[in-house]
Design a protein around this ligand. Structure first.
Ligand code: ADP
Length: 406
C-alpha cells in the first residue's frame, strides 16, 4: 500500500543509516526541504528481546521482537516501510547514506561504497573498534537488502582530515605514531561542518569570512575551531575520548593515570577503557549523565553534582580560550546538540565573565530551549553567539546526494 504524498513522489530522498554495535538508527530524508519523512530505531540487536520503533506520518509503530542480527533488524525496518509507509518506491530513494565513525587518513569526504572502501573501513577498525565494525555491518546488510541503490559512506572524521599538522600530531616517537596511526582524527565532523555552514547562511556572510568556534555538546561533546570554513582544531583526538568532559567520558586526562591504575589498582586495560569511556565524565562525578538530572541534583545542594558541573564548565571555558587564541580573531561561537541546544544554564555559565574578550550573552535571548537557530548575544557584540540545532542525518543525506549526483 502506498501512503506517500505527491511531494514524496517528486522529490528524491535518502535513507540514512547509523549502524551501532547493538542498534540501527535510520531516517528517510528529503534533502531539498530537510524533512525527515520517516525515522526509527532498532535496539538490543543480538539480545533475546529486541525493540523496533518506526515513526512515519506522525504515528509511532513499535515492535518487541527478537532481532538476532543487523540483517534481521534492517529486514524488519524495510517491512515496516512496506506496512505503514512511506512506500520506498514512491519515495524515490536515490541513495543510502551510512554514517562511518573513523575514516582515518584515507577519507576527506563522502564516497560511493565499493569493495575498496569496505576494505579501508575494515582496516581502520583498530582505531575505532566499537564503531567501524558495526558501521561496516550496516553497509553490508544495507547493500544486500537494497542492491539497486548506490550506498555512500560519510565519515565522522572527514571534516578534520586536513587539520594543520601542528594540531593533528601527538608529540610522541614519530616512527611509533606513523606505524600505528597515532594522530588526532577528531569526530562529530559531520555536525561541525553542517553547523559552521548553517551559521554562515544564518548570518548572511560567506563562510570564508568567518572565524568560528563550534561547541557540539551532546552526550559526547567536542569543540572545533573553524577558520574560513576549514577546521583548524578540534577537541576529540585519535578517538572520541580526548577533549571536553562528556556525559560518561573523562575527556583530557594525564595519560599516566592509565599506567597508575594498571600498575597499582590491578585494573586491566579493558577495565580502564570502560572506566574512562563509560564511567567517567559528569556521570563519574555525580552519578548522572543527563544534564537535566544533574541540574536537579545541583539545585538540591548535591556537592558532587556541583563539582561535576564546575569541572565540565571549566574545561569547556579553557577550550574556548584556547581556540580563540588559535583563531586570533573570533567572530562566532555556536552551541549545538542536546546540551548546547537545550541547556541555557550551561550556555550562560560557560561564557559568563568573558566580556573583555568581546563575548556576551543576552539573558532574555538565551532563555529556554532552542529548536530554531537563535542569536543569543546582544546586538553589536564583537562575537556573535548562536544556538544552531544540528542535523547530522540531513547533512549525511545531502552529502550522499552530492556523491551520487542526483
Ligand atoms: P548524543 O547524540 O551524543 O547521544 P544528544 O546530542 O542527543 O546526544 O544530547 C543528549 C544529551 O542532551 C542528554 O544526555 C542531556 O544531557 C542533554 N539534554 C537533552 N535535553 C536537555 C534539556 N532539556 N536540558 C538540558 N540538557 C538536555
Amino acid at each position: 500500500m502506498s501512503t506517500s504524498t505527491p511531494s514524496e513522489q517528486h522529490h528524491a530522498s535518502v535513507l540514512v543509516i547509523n549502524s551501532g554495535s547493538s542498534s540501527i538508527k535510520y531516517q528517510l530524508v528529503t534533502p531539498h526541504d530537510g524533512a525527515a519523512v520517516a525515522s526509527g530505531l532498532v535496539e538490543r540487536i543480538g539480545e533475546t528481546a529486541g525493540a523496533v520503533k518506526h515513526v512515519a506520518h506522525g504515528t509511532t509503530t513499535r515492535r518487541e521482537v527478537p532481532v538476532p542480527d543487523h540483517g534481521a533488524g534492517l529486514r524488519i525496518v524495510l517491512g515496516l516501510f512496506e506496512e505503514v509507509g512511506p512506500d520506498l518506491q514512491d519515495a524515490h530513494v536515490v541513495a543510502v547514506g551510512h554514517r562511518v565513525v573513523q575514516g582515518g587518513d584515507r577519507f576527506d569526504g563522502p564516497v560511493l561504497v565499493d569493495a575498496a572502501v569496505e576494505h579501508a573501513i575494515e582496516e581502520l577498525s583498530p582505531l575505532a573498534p566499537l564503531h567501524n565494525p558495526p558501521n561496516l555491518t550496516g553497509i553490508r546488510v544495507g547493500q544486500a537488502l537494497l542492491p539497486d541503490v548506490p550506498h555512500v559512506a560519510v565519515f565522522d572524521t572527514a571534516f578534520f582530515r586536513h587539520l594543520p599538522d601542528a594540531a593533528a600530531t601527538y608529540a610522541i616517537d614519530a616512527d611509533v605514531a606513523a606505524r600505528y596511526g597515532v594522530r588526532r582524527y577528531g569526530a562529530h565532523g559531520t555536525s561541525h561542518q553542517y553547523v559552521s555552514r548553517q551559521v554562515a547562511q544564518i548570518l548572511g556572510r560567506p563562510v570564508e569570512d568567518l572565524h568560528q568556534i563550534v561547541l557540539h555538546l551532546g552526550n559526547g561533546a567536542s569543540a572545533s575551531a573553524v577558520r574560513g570554513g576549514v577546521a583548524v582544531e578540534t577537541s576529540m583526538g585519535m578517538t572520541p575520548l580526548e577533549g571536553l568532559v562528556m556525559g560518561t567520558r573523562s575527556g583530557d586526562i594525564d595519560p599516566a593515570v592509565v599506567f597508575h591504575l594498571y600498575r597499582n589498582a590491578g585494573m586491566s586495560v579493558d577495565e580502564i577503557d570502560d572506566l574512562l569511556n563509560r564511567r567517567s565524565g559528569i556521570k563519574g562525578l555525580s552519578g548522572e549523565n543527563d544534564f537535566r538530572a544533574l541540574h536537579d541534583l545541583v539545585a538540591a545542594g548535591d556537592a558532587g553534582a556541583r563539582l561535576a558541573l564546575d569541572v565540565y564548565l571549566h574545561r569547556l571555558r579553557k577550550y574556548i580560550g584556547a581556540y580563540h587564541a588559535v583563531l586570533g580573531r573570533l567572530d562566532v561561537i555556536t552551541f549545538t546538540a542536546g546540551v548546547g541546544e537545550n541547556d541555557d544554564i550551561v550556555r550562560a555559565s560557560v561564557l559568563a565573565g568573558l566580556e573583555p574578550l568581546g563575548i556576551e550573552v543576552d539573558a532574555a535571548r538565551n532563555d529556554g530551549r532552542k529548536s530554531e537557530p537563535t542569536v543569543i548575544s546582544p546586538d553589536g557584540a564583537r562575537v556573535t553567539v548562536l544556538v544552531v540545532p544540528t542535523n547530522e542525518e540531513l547533512a549525511i543525506a545531502r552529502q550522499a546526494i552530492e556523491v551520487v549526483g542526483a
